[in-house]
Write a protein that binds this ligand. Structure first.
Ligand SMILES: *[C@@H]1O[C@H](CO)[C@@H](O)[C@H](O)[C@H]1NC(C)=O
Ligand SMILES: *[C@@H]1O[C@H](CO)[C@@H](O)[C@H](O)[C@H]1NC(C)=O
Ligand SMILES: *[C@@H]1O[C@H](CO)[C@@H](O)[C@H](O)[C@H]1NC(C)=O
Ligand SMILES: *[C@@H]1O[C@H](CO)[C@@H](O)[C@H](O)[C@H]1NC(C)=O
Ligand SMILES: *[C@@H]1O[C@H](CO)[C@@H](O)[C@H](O)[C@H]1NC(C)=O
Ligand SMILES: *[C@@H]1O[C@H](CO)[C@@H](O)[C@H](O)[C@H]1NC(C)=O
Ligand SMILES: *[C@@H]1O[C@H](CO)[C@@H](O)[C@H](O)[C@H]1NC(C)=O
Ligand SMILES: *[C@@H]1O[C@H](CO)[C@@H](O)[C@H](O)[C@H]1NC(C)=O
Ligand SMILES: *[C@@H]1O[C@H](CO)[C@@H](O)[C@H](O)[C@H]1NC(C)=O
Ligand SMILES: *[C@@H]1O[C@H](CO)[C@@H](O)[C@H](O)[C@H]1NC(C)=O
Ligand SMILES: *[C@@H]1O[C@H](CO)[C@@H](O)[C@H](O)[C@H]1NC(C)=O
Length: 648
């Protein structure tokens, strides 16, 4: 038997009040254990706090088609329209007036409004500054390192050039431009698309950069031009069409997750009728996507639509957990049983779109959009957090009506319920139904959930579709943590150990907040936060990555000579007999000797540790305090050890 003594303080809180006075011995068995879920570690995405628009979606222009911006609710919590406006747009040149207009013909049915740009007659003295500009989403990342693609649609009588340019608001200087030369069109030509790529000649000194479009004011004086879908993309991850912002996509890919649960979340449900996430309005050309008033305070373009998310799954090797609308809005409106069938048909249409053969009605629509081969989807979740529906309609009819119809068409589909089986005794969820539980707790409650799934009913597999430690002992409801701390992230790590140990039962788990904008939501936790020119990877990000990149396909029995706390552990192994020993020190001292015995293993182990200076350390913009170290220690005589620290 090989053994190794580890002195460690993985994820340690060195200011602890706990004292550990004796060594811990872990005897790792090389037999026994359970198969663990192949998709144990995953990701949840919905457009929340500009995770999509102004975030992962690489569009730089805000309100590019004048669809709307902030969402207002009336006193009944119903969404109040109209939405269209000219927010984030400004005229340039003193003679220019911008007007929201819906004069026919419109660019598309989905985009009835456009921006009319009038130039006063007799003007033209400043003719190369005649036009308008956009603020972006709190600015734009402008760099000479990448290409940009500028696109716009124009209607009107015009002969001349149009210049698209980036400017720094800080230095008041141009950073790059592209000229559309020799435009010659008349109003009777209708809408014409112009698109060009270019590379800036200077990088912005900060995020305060803007996008300008200017034309020959003399040529338009006394008249107007009409513009719509004015778009600028930074070069995307893997150069995807209509794709993802590079740094965020790369960081997300690095987590090593195995599934993507999408498209939500509250944003799937919608705030009030008729506004919900409609799959059929998120596909096709971006000018055919009306967008919708999202549930997180801003209008969604749905540029990052269903097919873009499926492509994302393909590019990152993720299984899809598809959330489908289940008949319930966040304002508590429920679709009555007698009225539900059209919504079930809509879900079947969505599934045919994704999974049907090329010659089916919706499969052929998919093929026409560039995806002839059906996708593979094994998991469908019906609704989101339907336990908020106090009428019990979910268990009374909604779940079964959707589930039965999906099962009839796709017998192998794994159906996920958005409520917990234990809520109900009559009727009950069918045995085998996966239930999506959302665990948002304080750090200490997170730790107390370490054993939470040990005795759970094995008839009901669990998807933890959302988890997060949102308070520490200094912060209580409603004062959530602004950012994960070492302490809160470590509590998530303890919680995850409990999920790993029960990964025969737990299908998967994903952090409840993948991406948020630093500008939109500085005040509560996320795995990643972004501004136009920065991303911050939080302690929770690194915890998720530590676990997801050290996946074992089987749990392994361990015997120990002390109970859990302040040290917690779990052991997994993979098919090639690499053992993953994960140990978390929550609120413990930094120098506990631990001995890990793994019989018959070779003498090479890799040690990965994650810690930070103190329990309240956070990763903040420009200041990553978490410390990730990896060492391969040949002196080790045990198996492969992942997740402890120093001082062998
Ligand atoms: C395997 O699963 C059973 C419950 O089905 C559990 O009692 C046992 O502890 C698990 N074994 C390991 C090594 O996780
Ligand atoms: C406008 O730009 C053109 C081409 O760059 C230049 O020839 C012309 O002098 C400019 N006009 C004014 C008024 O600045
Ligand atoms: C540009 O700078 C001015 C002056 O500092 C400021 O008032 C304005 O809000 C800035 N605009 C943008 C889009 O950054
Ligand atoms: C575009 O940028 C170049 C510098 O690369 C500059 O010489 C030119 O004047 C700019 N064009 C316009 C129309 O601003
Ligand atoms: C999308 O489908 C819904 C039915 O679920 C329908 O009401 C709506 O009109 C469709 N949208 C478009 C653009 O066809
Ligand atoms: C689609 O094609 C398959 C075989 O290629 C055929 O069996 C099926 O009947 C076709 N379905 C339709 C709706 O045409
Ligand atoms: C589920 O299975 C358990 C035993 O495995 C059984 O006791 C229970 O009655 C079943 N429930 C339903 C709804 O079939
Ligand atoms: C800004 O763009 C550069 C060049 O593509 C990229 O390296 C950098 O990650 C981007 N920054 C952000 C925060 O997107
Ligand atoms: C671990 O294994 C060693 C050697 O077999 C044994 O002496 C010790 O009692 C075991 N400890 C535990 C906690 O199982
Ligand atoms: C087991 O894990 C090791 C280390 O991560 C890896 O090199 C090996 O490919 C894995 N084996 C299998 C079968 O996944
Ligand atoms: C970085 O954050 C830590 C606390 O997490 C703080 O002590 C340190 O002063 C910060 N450093 C900078 C450069 O802001």
């Amino acid at each position: 038997m090989a053994s190794v003594i580890i002195r460690f303080g993985l994820l340690a809180n060195i200011l602890s009040v706990f004292q550990v006075t004796h060594a811990l011995t872990l005897n790792v068995s090389t037999t026994g254990g359970n198969a663990s879920s192949p998709i144990l570690y995953g990701l949840l995405f919905e457009d929340v706090y500009h995770s999509g628009d102004g975030g992962l979606y690489a569009e730089l222009v805000q309100n590019r088609a004048f669809q709307g911006t902030t969402i207002n609710l009336d006193s009944n919590n119903h969404v109040e329209g109209p939405f269209q406006n000219l927010d984030y747009w400004h005229s340039s040149g003193p003679e220019v007036t911008l007007t929201l207009d819906n004069q026919q013909p419109s660019l598309s049915d989905a985009l009835p409004y456009h921006m009319r740009v009038d130039v006063a007659s007799g003007s033209g003295s400043d003719n190369n500054n005649t036009g308008f500009w956009n603020e972006g989403f709190w600015g734009m990342n402008i760099t000479t390192a990448t290409r940009y693609a500028a696109n716009f649609y124009l209607r009107g009588d015009y002969e001349g050039d149009i210049v698209c340019a980036f400017w720094s608001n800080t230095t008041n200087s141009m950073l790059g431009n592209t000229t559309f030369t020799g435009i010659s069109q008349t109003d009777s030509d209708g809408w014409k698309l112009y698109q060009q790529t270019f590379t800036p000649f200077a990088s912005g000194p900060d995020e305060k950069n803007t996008f300008h479009l200017t034309f020959d004011g003399t040529a338009v004086a006394g008249s107007n031009l009409r513009f719509n879908m004015i778009s600028v993309f930074q070069q995307t991850w893997k150069n995807g069409n209509n794709g993802l912002r590079m740094d965020l996509a790369e960081a997300m890919n690095d987590i090593g997750g195995k599934y993507l649960r999408m498209p939500g979340g509250n944003n799937l449900e919608g705030q009030s009728s008729p506004y919900r996430w409609k799959w059929n309005e998120t596909i096709g050309s971006i000018i055919d996507r009306p967008g919708f008033p999202g549930t997180w305070g801003y209008y969604n373009t749905n540029g990052l639509g269903l097919l873009e998310m499926m492509q994302w799954c393909i590019d990152m090797g993720l299984e899809t957990i598809l959330g489908v609308w289940g008949g319930y809005y966040l304002d508590h409106e429920v679709v009555a049983e007698a009225d539900l069938q059209p919504y079930i048909d809509d879900v079947l249409n969505e599934l045919e779109f994704l999974l049907g053969p090329e010659n089916s009605t919706y499969g052929s629509l998919r093929a026409s959009l560039g995806y002839p081969d059906p996708f593979t989807i094994k998991y469908v979740e019906i609704g989101n957090e339907d336990f908020f529906d106090s009428s019990n309609s979910y268990i009374n009819y909604r779940f079964s009506m959707f589930s039965d119809a999906i099962k009839a068409a796709y017998p192998d589909m794994i159906i996920i319920s958005s409520i917990w089986s234990g809520y109900f005794t009559d009727p009950v969820l069918p045995n085998g139904t996966v239930q999506d539980l959302h665990d948002y707790f304080s750090a200490s409650d997170m730790v107390s959930k370490f054993n939470g799934y040990d005795n759970a009913d094995r008839n009901y597999p669990v998807l933890v579709g959302e988890y997060a430690a949102i308070y520490d002992d200094e912060h209580t409801n409603p004062n959530q943590l602004d950012n994960p701390t070492l302490q809160s992230a470590t509590s998530e790590a303890v919680y995850i150990l409990g999920l790993e140990r029960n990964s025969d039962l737990v299908v998967g788990f994903s952090h409840g907040a993948l991406i948020k904008s630093l500008h939109d939501e500085p005040d509560n936790v996320a795995m990643m936060k972004h501004s136009p020119t920065e991303i911050v990877l939080s302690m929770s990000y690194y915890v998720a990555k530590l676990f997801a990149t050290n996946y074992g396909s089987q749990t392994v029995p361990v015997t120990a000579d002390t109970g859990y706390g302040p040290l917690y552990w779990s052991v997994m192994k993979n098919e090639s007999e690499t053992y993953f020993v994960k140990i978390v020190n929550y609120d413990g001292v930094d120098s506990t000797p631990v001995m890990v015995n793994i019989p018959g293993k070779s003498n090479e182990a890799k040690l990965i540790t994650l810690t930070a200076p103190d329990m309240y350390s956070s990763n903040l913009p420009g200041n990553t305090t978490s410390i990730w170290t990896e060492t391969t220690n040949k002196k080790l005589r045990g198996g492969k050890i992942v997740g402890a620290r120093n001082d062998w």
